[in-house]
Design a protein around this ligand. Structure first.
Ligand code: SAM
Length: 305
């Protein structure tokens, strides 16, 4: 007989949280999903099957976990808030393939954690992310180079627009290009505030990333690519030549040579360049200035957003 609490049912969720004296922490982005239709879309979008593993980031009261765990071989969930331990013990009772780790996911060595998925055919990452740490968490997963197949994430609608943006549009930027480098992005569904308890102040979107087998473009030096992208978007309104000259440790003449070599008009603005054009430019800069490559120090993708 099933006695598990249904965490998506507001009355059951509220009673459970109340029984444990739990109060929502805004600082942890705690808006729990209570919409069955959205939950079904998230689980379906993960494409997870019985031979697969799943990493869930921020399980909250376990509403996604309850639905995903029975579909996969093994589920590891990383939750920062220890106060949710007794809540999760109840909502996940009897789900023996779930391993909850209480930690800040940004401090978790994901490559090490991945050993939990040995023997799994594919791995999916699922996260209804706290919006204030969406980008760092996204890049923590991407840059750790762990072999996930799909990543289904709930993000603020504005972030989803950036991820899907085309060159020349207002939302096209460093985040668009950095994520596109690693993954293909598609929108799964839009979600209104009423789908959460308590309702957030913003609209949300579920997005699916499919990790590419190899990055979208082949470059001599990844750091240079991200350094050039950062430089181009640091001053969106400047021409590329001016932006690169002011942002990179390169002489104007060297920037001009690199742009010419890459076949890119110096008066264009960075926001009009495709990822392929940025890659050509980064390679030309790396050839012009191999010692530094224009990347400078600390040019991880997350730093350019
Ligand atoms: N997945 C649940 C749902 O859909 O109802 C909860 C989503 S809630 C938007 C975000 C969850 O992430 C919260 O449970 C919060 O405590 C947790 N969280 C916040 N920052 C975190 C971090 N750095 N690492 C791990 N979990 C975090």
């Amino acid at each position: 007989m099933e006695t598990r609490v249904n965490a998506a049912k507001p009355s059951e969720l509220k009673a459970l949280l109340c029984a444990h004296g739990f109060s929502f922490k805004k600082s942890l982005g705690q808006n729990f999903l209570i919409d069955e239709r959205v939950l079904a879309r998230i689980v379906e979008a993960s494409e997870a099957g019985p031979d697969d593993g799943a990493l869930e980031i921020g399980p909250g009261a376990g509403v996604v976990t309850q639905r995903l765990a029975p579909r996969v071989k093994r589920l590891v969930a990383v939750e920062k808030d220890e106060r949710l331990r007794p809540v999760l013990a109840q909502t996940l009772a009897g789900l023996d393939n779930v391993d909850i780790r209480f930690a800040d996911v940004l401090e978790v060595d994901l490559a090490g954690l991945w050993s939990a998925f040995s023997g799994c055919a594919r791995v999916t990452v699922v996260a209804n992310l706290p919006y204030y740490v969406t980008t760092p968490i996204l890049f923590h997963v991407l840059e750790s180079r762990v072999r996930f197949d799909t990543m289904v994430i709930m993000v603020q609608r504005e972030v989803a627009d950036r991820l899907a943006a085309a060159p020349g549009s207002k939302t096209y930027g460093a985040l668009t290009l950095a994520v596109r480098y690693w993954a293909e992005v598609e929108t799964v569904c839009r979600v209104g505030p009423g789908a959460f308890l308590p309702p957030p102040e913003v609209e949300s979107t579920v997005v699916r990333l499919r990790r590419r087998a190899t990055p979208a473009v082949d470059v001599v030096d990844e750091r240079t690519l991200f350094g050039v992208i950062r430089a181009a978007f640091a001053t969106r309104r400047k021409t590329l030549l001016n932006a690169l000259t002011t942002q990179l440790p390169l002489e104007r003449a060297a920037c001009l040579t690199a742009l010419t070599e890459a076949g890119i008009a110096p008066q264009r603005r960075g926001e009009t360049l495709s990822l392929e054009e940025f890659a050509r430019l980064a390679d030309a800069i790396a050839r012009t200035s191999p010692a530094d490559g224009g990347g400078g120090s600390g040019n991880h993708a997350r730093g350019i957003y």
